[in-house]
Structure formats: structure tokens, C-alpha cells
Write a protein that binds this ligand. Structure first.
Ligand code: ADP
Ligand code: MG
Length: 272
């Protein structure tokens, strides 16, 4: 069994503290939903986990089966079994999906000759036009095409833990169902004879939620998890909104702020 363990993770970007202590664990076969308001740091979490440049870890640990992920460059995190489907996939002119996947297979000692068949099979499973395989990655793709492209990479690379950052944004109903079913199948059966995929899916309450059937729901706000529970938490969120959770406000540096407190004295000594 594979386990991604995030413990008290803190991170800043552009001089602003965004993650204020995220703690959670995802194991093989589990589907976790992370739901939080815009700007609360969900994408920052996914970027920090994958090691995107520009994000500085200021505290806490992340391990994958005991391996210190934060000490590894992004490509080694990927090789260790972590995958990120980005909210806004980066355009990579001059690089085709097929070539990128072949390079990845070669780097991890997998059979490069199997790539063509795998790509064709997986593209068909999610209704993705094979013509995209030889186009520059993510260049001029519609939102839905980009998300199918991410899902195709996920399915072919066969990671052990996948982070999905708003995988459903921009997808039409049919594409959403195809993509969600592919991920769900992986979380049930795994890829080939591998163990089932563990999933950390950042999402808003949506069709994706209904299709993916998360086991665990985390309410995320202010750069940390405010509450974790079962699917009933998402129902409560739907009914009451994020107002049901007391989310602190922050100043420009990400420090505690009195701005959200209507009774705060605007002339008080901030250092007092
Ligand atoms: P969410 O995904 O929950 O909507 P984000 O993690 O994208 O939130 O953003 C959290 C905060 O961090 C926002 O205030 C955003 O502007 C800021 N932020 C995220 N990434 C960067 C970056 N690369 N440079 C500057 N600010 C960033
Ligand atoms: Mg985001």
C-alpha cells in the first residue's frame, strides 16, 4: 500500500504565507475531496506537493511511503509515483504529448514500445481525439481538451497517488463523466496489476463529486484543513456555504489580520 503523508505543511509564495499547516494522509484506493473557497490556497498546496518553482516550504513534511518528497526535484517526485493534473495546464510549444510520455517511460525504465498502444487505448477510454497526441502540448487546447489531456497523461503514466486540481473545470457533461469514470476505475482497480490509485481531488461541489464518490471530504480554508469528514460534509457545505466555518482573514503578508473583525480598533498599536 502507498501512503502520501502531509504533516503541518506551511508554504509561502511571492513573500506571502499561504499554507498555514496542512495535515492529511491519502492511501491507495482512497478518494479524498478538498473543497475550499477561491484563493484559499488549494492550488498552492498542489503546486507545493509537486515542487513547482516559486513556492517556498516554510515548515512541515511530506512523505510518500516514508520518502521525503520535499527533498526531491519534481521529476523524481513523479518517478516516486506522484502525479499532478494542473488547474491550468502549461502550454509547452515544440513538445508533443507522445514524445513527453515516451521520455517519461524511458526515464523510469518502462517499455517505450508500449506507449503507442497505451495512448490509443486510454485516449479512446476518455473520448480524446488521437490527433492531439502529436500536437504541441496544451497549445491552443480548449479547457475541456486540456483536462482530457491531463487525464490521458494520468492514465498512461499510471502513478500511485494523483492530485487533481479542479479536473472538472471547463469539461462538458460527457467529457466529465468519461474522465471521472476513468479516475474512479483507477481508484478501484489500479493500473495493470498495480495497487489502486489514491486520489486527492480539489473540487467544488459538482458533478465530479457525484461521479467520483469521495470517501473523505476536507473543508479547506485559510491555507489549512478546517474539518474532515465523510460525504455528508459536502452536503453541509452545499446547504450552508463556507460561512459555516470560521475562516480567519489575513493581511498582505499572510499574517493574522484584524480586518475581518468589525469591532477591531483601526488605530490600535499593531505590535501591542
Ligand atoms: P485556490 O487554488 O484555492 O483558488 P491559490 O492557491 O491559487 O488558491 O492562491 C492562493 C493565494 O496565493 C492567492 O492569493 C494567490 O494570488 C496567491 N498565489 C498563488 N500562486 C501565486 C504565485 N505564483 N505568485 C503570486 N501569488 C500567488
Ligand atoms: Mg486553484
Amino acid at each position: 500500500m502507498t501512503e502520501l503523508v502531509i504533516d503541518d505543511l506551511q508554504a509561502s509564495v511571492a513573500g506571502k504565507q499561504i499554507l498555514h499547516g496542512v495535515t492529511l494522509a491519502v492511501r491507495s484506493g482512497e478518494v479524498h475531496a478538498v473543497m475550499g473557497p477561491n484563493g484559499s490556497g488549494k492550488s498552492t498546496l498542489s503546486n507545493v506537493l509537486m515542487g513547482r518553482p516559486g513556492y517556498e516550504v516554510t515548515g512541515g513534511t511530506v512523505t510518500l511511503d516514508g520518502i521525503d518528497l520535499l527533498a526531491l526535484p519534481t521529476w523524481e517526485r513523479a518517478r516516486a509515483g506522484l502525479f499532478l493534473a494542473m488547474q491550468y495546464p502549461t502550454e509547452v510549444p515544440g513538445v508533443q504529448l507522445r514524445g513527453a510520455i515516451e521520455a517519461s517511460f524511458a526515464a523510469s525504465g518502462r517499455d517505450v514500445a508500449s506507449v503507442a498502444t497505451l495512448l490509443a487505448e486510454e485516449a479512446e477510454a476518455i473520448g480524446f481525439d488521437a490527433g492531439f497526441l502529436d500536437r504541441p502540448m496544451n497549445v491552443d487546447l480548449s479547457g475541456g481538451e486540456a483536462k482530457r489531456n491531463e487525464t490521458l497523461q494520468l492514465a498512461v503514466l499510471a502513478p500511485r497517488i494523483a492530485i487533481l486540481d479542479e479536473l472538472d473545470s471547463g469539461l462538458d457533461v460527457d467529457a466529465l463523466r468519461a474522465v471521472a469514470r476513468r479516475v474512479e476505475r483507477a481508484s478501484r482497480d489500479g493500473f495493470g496489476d498495480a495497487e489502486p490509485l489514491g486520489v486527492l481531488a480539489i473540487m467544488h461541489y459538482s458533478r465530479l463529486f457525484e461521479e467520483l464518490h469521495p470517501d473523505v471530504v476536507h473543508i479547506f480554508g485559510d491555507g489549512r484543513i478546517l474539518e474532515s469528514g465523510g460525504p455528508e460534509l459536502a452536503d453541509r457545505l452545499e446547504a450552508e456555504g463556507y460561512g459555516a466555518w470560521d475562516i480567519p482573514t489575513r493581511d498582505a503578508s499572510g499574517g493574522p489580520s484584524a480586518a475581518g473583525d468589525p469591532f477591531a480598533d483601526p488605530f490600535a498599536d499593531p505590535l501591542a
